[in-house]
Design a protein around this ligand. Structure first.
Ligand SMILES: Cc1cc2nc3c(=O)[nH]c(=O)nc-3n(C[C@H](O)[C@H](O)[C@H](O)COP(=O)(O)OP(=O)(O)OC[C@H]3O[C@@H](n4cnc5c(N)ncnc54)[C@H](O)[C@@H]3O)c2cc1C
Length: 438
């Protein structure tokens, strides 16, 4: 196997790493690698932070392991290699009447990455997290041991693997239960929302399967929390397939996302939906992965990169969420990429992010002021009984993360058992001291 010395980053481009990467294509090659020189496995590195980095060490890039090993068209059970992208799974199976049951906001995430962060989608409040639709995973652990884990077999290992940030072994493949779809499209209803209270009321009242809100993180006063609510259902309506995307050719200069530009952009974006709302039919991928049209959109933030703050708070703490939003709006630092969503309590792993409540995700260009603000928002999240997302956060101290994840110690015991010498440890796991010292 060829090792290639590579400089690479997380999606936010704040954390960087240099090290040797191998890109196996066949299961036998992967098995040899894990036996001889184990390292953490990475997918498409769509995690914003250092979750998929191993600076100065080796790592396994899984993106060539993309085979579909089995599919039952009657039950919708599919077995796939972990490097397959969710968007490809969707494109391949939607025409046959099946789609992944939970999909994050990008189709570029791999199955391995979706399992390792137990990702959530716009239907989380109805169908739960990605891991809840995983029937089993096949892992290769350092030393070359192959183990299968499922909700009924090696149960603790399964719960430590779903959302388990790659620390229980390299996920080689997974059996997934797909969801039936009447067609390859979605009927989407967009409504303009005038305030935070209206947003929360509308999210609570929505009976649609896929709901998500874009929120104007710069609006203050009476307009605080204004935005656009998108509610959608799968449909058999005819639609043109989604076309390929465009690249962002260069890193943008820092003024491109300056506060006045963002304020103007947000106001115009909010008004684009008429007061009476509007309806459309879109390919599933176009609705669920809106940013995938613009390849490398992370370059819009310039060379210094950006942070995403994503928290979830329980319903009783909705007042704190409002205070968080007030602080963000007052800072004038938010970017246009801000999302508010209702979450159900579905989660499948010990370190899974979701909890019943509301999740807010907002991007900030990486600057000292933004990092100070995010530290305050993180403390407010902890106080509110909420938690931060391990696929996004790059700033919270380890003690705060541990306090937010009550099953952390049980997870650590499983990870230490699976990888006693710590050969799967990544930069994020080191930074947060999530594994036992060795
Ligand atoms: C535009 C955008 C929108 C997003 N929207 C959402 C969203 O709506 N909901 C949500 O939950 N997340 C969302 N995310 C985050 C993203 O879905 C997760 O970070 C996901 O893990 C990325 O998958 P990946 O293949 O890039 O994994 P990577 O970022 O490469 O890796 C993530 C973690 O998984 C581990 N891993 C990856 N493959 C394997 C494997 N084969 N075996 C063992 N461990 C492995 C890595 O070690 C690492 O810890 C979004 C990200 C972007 C860029």
């Amino acid at each position: 196997m060829l090792w290639k010395t590579t400089d690479y980053t997380g999606w936010g481009r704040v954390h960087r790493a240099a090290g040797d990467l191998a890109r196996p294509e066949r299961a036998a090659e992967l098995a040899r690698l894990i036996e001889d020189s184990p390292g953490p496995a990475f997918g498409m590195r769509r995690s914003y932070n250092d979750s998929a980095l191993n600076d100065t060490g080796r790592a396994i890039d899984m993106t060539r392991m993309t085979k579909i090993r089995a599919f039952d068209p009657e039950t919708g059970v599919v077995e796939v290699e972990a490097g397959l992208q969710i968007g490809d799974l969707l494109r391949l199976f939607a025409p046959r009447g099946w789609i992944p049951a939970a999909m994050p906001g990008t189709g570029f995430a791999t199955i391995g990455g979706a399992i390792a962060h137990d990702v959530h989608g716009k239907n989380h409040h109805v169908l739960g997290s990605f891991g809840q639709h995983v029937l089993s995973v096949t892992l290769l652990q350092p030393g070359g041991r192959q183990v299968v884990a499922s909700p009924s077999r090696n149960k603790a290992l399964f719960r430590a693997t779903i959302g388990g940030i790659g620390q229980t072994g390299v996920i080689v493949s997974a059996r997934l239960q797909l969801l039936r779809t009447p067609g390859p499209a979605m009927r989407v209803q967009e409504s303009r929302i005038d305030s935070f209270d209206e947003f929360i009321a509308r999210l609570d009242a929505s009976s649609q399967t896929y709901t998500v809100g874009w929120i104007d993180g710069t609006a203050r006063g009476a307009g605080l929390g204004r935005g656009i609510l998108e509610e959608a259902e799968l449909t058999d309506a005819a639609v043109q397939p989604a076309r390929g995307g465009l690249p962002v050719p260069v890193d943008l200069p820092s003024f491109a996302l300056s506060p006045p530009t963002v304020k103007l952009f947000n106001a115009a974006y909010w008004r684009k939906v008429p007061g009476r709302g509007r309806n459309s039919v879109k390919p599933i991928a176009r609705h669920l992965f809106p940013l995938d049209k613009l390849h490398n959109w992370n370059r819009l933030y310039g060379k210094r990169g950006f942070h995403q703050f994503q928290c979830v708070v329980p319903p009783a703490s909705v007042g704190v969420l409002r205070e968080i939003l007030e602080k963000i709006a007052a800072s004038g630092l938010a970017s246009p990429l801000s999302v508010l969503k209702r979450m159900g309590d579905g989660r499948a792993g010990m370190l899974s992010f979701p909890m019943a409540g509301y999740t807010l995700a907002i991007d900030f260009p990486a600057r000292q002021q933004a990092e100070t603000l995010i530290a305050e928002l993180e403390a407010m999240t902890l106080e509110a009984g909420g938690r931060l997302y391990l696929g996004k956060d790059a700033l919270a101290p380890g003690e705060m993360i541990k306090a937010m994840y009550p099953e952390w110690e049980a997870w650590r015991a499983e990870a230490d058992k699976a990888d006693p010498e710590g050969q799967l440890i990544t930069d994020m796991v080191r930074r947060l001291a999530l594994r036992s010292p060795r």
